[in-house]
Design a protein. Structure first.
Length: 363
């Protein structure tokens, strides 16, 4: 899988941009707030239809404009694929693959697989459960079309059930409709729980070896899935929690309450890990993602590194850079010292200034 090129029109601070990429390492350097992350955001949208920042479509349209366009060309299994995304302030986004409009985000599934690594990902260990659920969902939604659909339907049913719990206060007759949403939550939620459990099991097969290498065999990393409810007894747990849910006006059991624990030498990194240990564990998880995607789709994903090196010490920089050889990578940074110091091979170098990107000559 190779990202060949991208064209942007009125996206963020880019008025017009046309760019081709190397199959190897592409470095984008420049001062802060010049547009480096915006470029990676456009690439990420091309593969997922969403911003990694969680922004609304209208927020990504250049100031003073009503619409924006992203066109991406990808080579996958020897075939060229073109992805077009049309962002509009007053309408939902339009998406086309090879000039044919698609109606669902899932129709984009599998064309461009991406691993996005930002400084925020280094906090996955110490941050709250929502970040660790997001870690599971991001990968599973790219790897499993059914999971993507189940998660979307589960969240819709969850929103409806939570609204009903509030409406029951004014209209007790609505209580009898609660079973409808409970059935939907159980239908989709049970499959989500099983898929997350399988994902963590597969992750452990990979992360164990990676973490041993990163710590010179001093630490053994284990990821444990901590579901709010089991897949087989979800229906019973949901029923048993009904009185509590009616009191709290929200659904208190289900995949939306899941978590993961990350243990190093049987020590919970969330509670007792040093900052260095937490960051090494986070790095191991992200590197495991790359191998897991490759194992699943039998192709290497495209790796997006957004100013991550500045947050790592020299050893972890070396560990990361040595792990991404042979993978098409887009890296943003403010300077090139880290790459020179680590004698890292750069295939294409770009200078980013105020929404403009120019080729820089390699020394």
């Amino acid at each position: 899988m190779i990202l060949r090129s991208i064209e942007l029109q009125n996206f963020r601070n880019y008025e017009n941009l046309s760019l081709t990429f190397s199959e190897g390492t592409n470095i984008f350097y420049g001062d802060n707030a010049q547009g480096k992350t915006n470029l990676l955001e456009a690439v990420y949208m091309s593969g997922t239809t969403k911003s990694h920042r969680g922004n609304r479509d209208r927020d990504m349209i250049r100031f003073g404009q009503d619409e924006a366009h992203i066109r991406t060309n990808v080579e996958k299994s020897g075939h060229e694929e073109q992805i077009d995304i049309h962002l509009r302030k007053t309408k939902s986004k339009g998406i086309a693959v090879n000039h044919f409009p698609i109606k669902k985000a899932s129709d984009l599934f599998g064309i461009l697989n991406l691993i996005f690594f930002s400084p925020e990902d280094l906090n996955i260990i110490k941050d709250g459960p929502a970040e660790r659920r997001r870690f599971m969902d991001q990968e599973l939604c790219q790897l499993d079309k059914i999971y993507l659909s189940d998660l979307k339907n589960y969240n819709k049913a969850l929103d409806q059930r939570n609204q009903l719990l509030k409406d029951v206060i004014k209209n007790k007759d609505l209580l009898q409709t609660l079973d409808i949403w409970d059935n939907q939550l159980c239908q989709y939620g049970s499959r989500i729980i099983r898929q997350r459990k399988e994902f963590v099991n597969e992750l452990n097969e990979i992360v164990h070896e990676i973490h041993l290498n990163l710590t010179q065999s001093k630490e053994d990393l284990l990821v444990k899935y901590e579901p709010s409810s089991g897949a087989d007894d979800f229906e019973m747990q949901l029923f048993n929690a009904r009185e509590r849910d009616l009191h709290l006006l929200q659904t208190t059991v289900g995949p939306h309450r899941d978590d993961m624990s990350i243990q190093s030498n049987k020590i919970d990194m969330r509670k007792y890990g040093s900052q260095g240990q937490q960051r090494t564990s986070a790095l191991s998880l992200k590197l495991s993602e790359i191998q897991l995607v490759e194992k699943t789709i039998h192709e290497k994903p495209v790796l997006l590194l957004d100013d991550v090196l500045s947050e790592l010490d020299e050893k972890r920089q070396n560990d990361l850079l040595s792990s991404i050889s042979g993978i098409q990578t887009l890296i943003t940074c403010t300077g090139l010292d880290d790459f020179v110091k680590n004698r890292f091979e750069i295939d294409r170098l770009f200078h980013v200034t105020q929404g403009s990107i120019e080729d820089s000559k390699l020394a």
